[in-house]
Design a protein around this ligand. Structure first.
Ligand SMILES: Nc1ncnc2c1ncn2[C@@H]1O[C@H](COP(=O)(O)OS(=O)(=O)O)[C@@H](OP(=O)(O)O)[C@H]1O
Length: 360
């Protein structure tokens, strides 16, 4: 089935959208969304703005520059851009066509910070010194130092930073509103990780894609062992410490639900979400071993399916069911290939003459 053949009733007709910029924020379910975009790019032979040379992201945490993209001189524009970068519109526009659809994703900053704390525990100086997130948030200034910003970007208003803004700016009403309005002007859609399925229903509608195009398994999740339950006062402190992220999240969470109500209404939305989940269950039963439960790295047999590990987190992945025929295996493999391996694969397809990327 081609893209856009499974349309919603009443949805604007037209060809599927193929020029897309996804601002991949950190620890927000963005790898799950990236998998959706990589698959679409590969299946439809679209070009992806991949990191140049040995790099695995587009210059992060530096502000994005067009020269961070492989092949930018010879191939002026790309269809899809979705690797981690710090947003910088004038430079993104050098790489992406004028009719590009811009979207991003946000997560409740309390859980985003908790995920970051574990994942960047050994990398961010602010986290390295703190025995726990409770201790960090009880006295963040003891651990967090603005002058080490480039390594500490994960420790305060990380999503705000990813949008290109100052994570240490005072939370002044006029400033916050102006930045949010800026995001609203540029980004046609902001997904919310806590409501990813509802978000994907809306994304699919906007992009005029088929159902299978937006079905994805949860990628880059941590084992239960590496998730910390936070006390209510820690959650409150996290919202205060990441007040800019909290404002951004609240705004776009409200805006997502406003759009869902206006465009689909509750009954149709429930139906579309049910369809998406049913298809995900079907694909999980077809593709995944262990009843689809994510597995520890050590339990994943195929190195091509082992996700990158970081900090104090066990990052989980999947084993494919043995005995799949070649075509089914290919479909299933795309759904569970971790970000780095998938990027290396697309890089080799797009730049066969260049040395392949090596995966850490
Ligand atoms: N479908 C879906 N719904 C809700 N949450 C999801 C989903 N997929 C991934 N996740 C969670 O997102 C966290 C990983 O985020 P990222 O992929 O953005 O991380 S990264 O910045 O690319 O390393 C990671 O969160 P933690 O497990 O709390 O670390 C994932 O569990």
């Amino acid at each position: 089935m081609g893209p856009g053949t499974l349309l919603f009733g009443g949805q604007a007709e037209g060809p599927p959208v193929t020029n897309i910029m996804f601002l991949k924020t950190h620890k927000t379910a963005s790898s799950t969304v990236l998998n959706i975009l990589y698959r679409f790019a590969e299946i439809h032979n679209l070009s992806v703005a991949l990191p140049a040379g040995w790099r695995v992201h587009l210059g992060y945490p530096w502000l994005f520059l067009a020269r961070y993209v492989e092949g930018v001189g010879s191939q002026q524009q790309f269809n899809i851009m979705c690797n981690h970068l710090r947003f910088n519109l004038p430079e993104v526009r050098k790489v992406m066509p004028n009719d590009t659809f811009y979207f991003s994703i946000l997560r409740n900053p309390v859980f985003q910070l908790e995920s970051s704390f574990i994942y960047y525990k050994t990398y961010a100086p602010a986290f390295r010194g703190a025995p726990s997130l409770d201790a960090f948030l009880a006295s963040p200034r003891t651990f967090y130092n603005d002058s080490q910003l480039l390594r500490n970007v994960y420790a305060k208003n990380n999503m705000w930073f990813d949008f290109g803004f100052d994570p240490n700016a005072p939370v002044e009403e006029g400033y916050v509103r102006a930045r949010i309005a800026e995001v609203e002007r540029r980004f046609q859609l902001v997904l919310i990780a806590e409501h990813l399925d509802e978000s994907l229903v809306l994304l699919r509608r906007r992009l005029r894609w088929a159902l299978d195009d937006v079905v994805a398994f949860r990628l880059n999740s941590r084992s239960a062992r590496s998730v910390t339950r936070l006390a209510p006062e820690t959650r409150q402190r996290a919202r205060r410490w990441c007040a800019l992220d909290w404002r951004l999240y609240q705004h776009f969470n409200r805006s997502l639900w406003g759009q869902l109500r206006a465009e689909l209404g509750p009954r149709r939305l429930r139906g579309e979400v049910a369809r998406l989940r049913a298809r995900r269950r079907e694909l999980a039963a077809l593709c995944l071993q262990d009843a689809g439960a994510p597995q520890n790295r050590t339990e994943i047999r195929d190195p091509g399916l082992r996700p990158y590990q970081s900090g104090a987190a066990d990052i989980l992945g999947y084993n494919l069911r043995p005995g799949l025929d070649i075509q089914t295996r290919r479909v299933c493999q795309r759904l569970v290939t971790p970000e780095l391996q998938y990027m290396a694969h697309l890089y080799s397809l797009q730049f066969p003459e260049k040395p392949p990327k090596s995966i850490p």
